[in-house]
Design a protein around this ligand. Structure first.
Ligand code: NCD
Length: 281
């Protein structure tokens, strides 16, 4: 059966730890066959995710084909995504990474693919490969994920990165704590015992279906990182930032968001190797 990664839960906790160990050992993955081709089909904007997938495949020794603008593909002419996937998986590529604005769309079309499909973000749904990178950074820092306490904050309702991280943390025996400071507006910050990491997501304005009040995210963020419970907490973000994380924070030794972005390449490289059958997890 063709393997896909649609959700963080598509790998067991044991497989995720093995993935991290492999990434950590910096091994060179064998090619399952010569010149594997990755297709990146991104129907929503992306910088880090698409480029890190492409960089991972190139470093792995493969090749990349790409469609990123809906208006330049046949989908604009009425071809369904289902048909696109049937065709790309049948003869163009050995593995496909898809980003789509509709939650559940990637899972749906995966049924029509004869090659592995990776969910590179489906609307407000999930973003599993971002999550594996996020969990990897936490695992590296704490040596385990068991009982690691992560405060998720920001626009949690609409953030797929936060949705996947919440699932992933639970999956690994860590403790996600949610603080959606969008609601109630300007409410007091709860008092937490201690927190190992703070994960901040930007306001996901493009996904808001009804008008949302303007919130000073930077103010909230600063207030949180200045709390005594956050004294030693890692400051994490899937990026991009949209005003909530000031550049001053970049110098803060607690900030690890660029480390997260960097982890994206080796993590995706190992996932490609796994999905292509070059390694087992
Ligand atoms: C995230 C996404 O696209 O969901 N970005 C990313 O892939 N690093 C986070 C976001 O856009 O807020």
């Amino acid at each position: 059966m063709t393997r896909h990664i649609i959700s963080v839960n598509d790998l067991t906790a044991k497989q995720i730890l093995k993935l991290f160990t492999l990434v950590d050992s910096d091994i060179t993955f064998p090619l399952p066959f010569s010149n594997p081709i990755l297709a990146t089909l991104f129907f929503e904007p992306s910088t880090r995710t698409r480029l890190s997938f492409e960089s991972a495949m190139l470093k792995y020794g493969g090749k990349v084909i790409s469609a990123s603008d809906l208006a330049t593909t046949s989908i604009e002419k009425g071809e369904s995504l289902k048909d696109t996937i049937r065709i790309v998986s049948d003869s163009y590529a050995n593995i496909i990474a898809i980003r789509h604005k509709v939650k559940g769309a990637v899972a749906e079309v995966a049924q029509y693919s004869s090659v592995p499909i990776i969910n590179a973000g489906d609307g407000t749904g999930e973003h599993p490969t971002q999550c594996f990178g996020d969990l990897y950074v936490l695992w590296k820092r704490f040596g385990t994920l068991k009982d690691v306490r992560v405060l998720l904050c920001g626009d949690l309702e609409y953030s797929r990165a936060a949705h996947s991280l919440k699932l992933g943390l639970k999956h690994m025996g860590a403790i996600p704590i949610e603080y959606q400071y969008y609601y109630p507006l300007g409410g007091p910050i709860p008092e937490y015992n201690y927190i190992d990491a703070i994960y901040i997501t930007r306001q996901q304005s493009e996904r808001h279906t009804s008008p949302y009040p303007i919130v000073d995210y930077n103010h909230h963020m600063q207030a949180i990182v200045n709390q005594p419970f956050a004294k030693d907490a890692l400051i994490m973000s899937p990026l991009p930032r949209a005003g909530e994380i000031s550049e001053q924070l970049d110098q803060d030794p607690r900030a690890v968001y660029f480390e997260q972005a960097k982890a994206g390449v080796p993590i995706r490289k190992a996932l490609l190797a796994y999905l292509l059958g070059a390694i087992t997890l």
